[in-house]
Write a protein that binds this ligand. Structure first.
Ligand code: ZN
Length: 267
């Protein structure tokens, strides 16, 4: 369970209790949720309950208008690596960032992402913390992530080498005509670090906070899952639903029980 799915309902400790009560034994918290609890306390809660942490969300956001800005981003990402290590996370999930303020230089932003990753990687490697690059749907290229396809993310991984991989979020990649060939490529390289699920609603009413519950949209979740398993990844499917329009307004218990029911019936 990605804890953004139940962000309005529970703090970290409350979410852990609610998940455990329903047999959910792996979570992916966000940095603000961890910091609110305190990193040491969050680690105590997670380790004390033997919870899996499928990823810490999130690092990234590298592109900056100045060299100092990029250096500050790298430094902040080092703190994120520290936090992920403290929690025993499987990986640090990276949303790499979009265009710096006032910029129209998309290739320059992509270059800064590469430089940021190159600067961060040795620090992450020293702590044995894999960096999971999450390609985001191209509608976020300007403000969140200028890495927009699995192919682009895997090209970065090939360039960077050990300690890097990808988070495959169906919401961002379901439309990609090269999806299945790139999933196979990711698997062959041992690069699949996380698999996020939700659904794409038609119509989508908000670019960020109108993700659907699995089964309510148009994503072929089973086929994508089959390709990911065929590629050798058998880890958790992480439910990540930002839904200000709908699920965030419902009781947390209903959200969790619906996630479980849909996971069993449509995933
Ligand atoms: Zn995701």
């Amino acid at each position: 369970m990605n804890l953004a799915t139940v962000r309005p309902h529970y703090d970290l400790a409350g979410a852990v209790d609610a998940c455990l009560a329903r047999g959910i034994t792996s979570i992916a918290p966000w940095r603000d949720q961890v910091q609110k609890a305190g990193v040491a306390e969050a680690a105590r809660i997670i380790r004390g309950n033997a919870l899996g942490v499928t990823g810490l969300c999130r690092g990234g956001m590298f592109p900056a208008a100045t060299a100092e800005g990029l250096a500050a981003a790298v430094e902040d990402n080092q703190r994120a690596v520290d936090e992920a290590a403290a929690l025993g996370a499987d990986c640090l999930v990276l949303v790499v960032g979009g265009l710096p303020d006032g910029s129209r230089d998309l290739s320059g932003a992509r270059d800064m992402v590469l430089r940021g990753l190159e600067a961060l990687l040795p620090y992450a490697q020293a702590q044995n913390m894999p960096l999971a690059i999450e390609p985001l749907h191209p509608m976020y290229a300007a403000d969140r992530a200028c890495v927009n396809t699995l192919e682009q993310a895997l090209d970065l991984c090939d360039h960077l080498g050990d300690g890097t991989g990808v988070a495959i979020d169906v919401y961002h990649v379901w439309w990609d005509p090269k999806l299945y060939e790139q999933i196979a490529r990711a698997g062959a390289g041992g690069r699949i670090l996380a698999h996020h699920i939700c659904d794409w609603l038609v119509p989508t009413r908000d670019l960020l906070t109108d993700r659907g519950m699995m089964g309510d949209g148009v994503i072929d979740l089973r086929t994508i899952r089959a390709h990911i398993e065929q590629a050798g990844y058998h880890g958790a499917q992480e439910v990540e639903i930002f839904s200000a329009q709908d699920w965030w307004k419902r009781p947390g218990a209903d959200v969790l029980s619906t996630c479980i029911e849909r996971y069993r019936t449509v995933c």
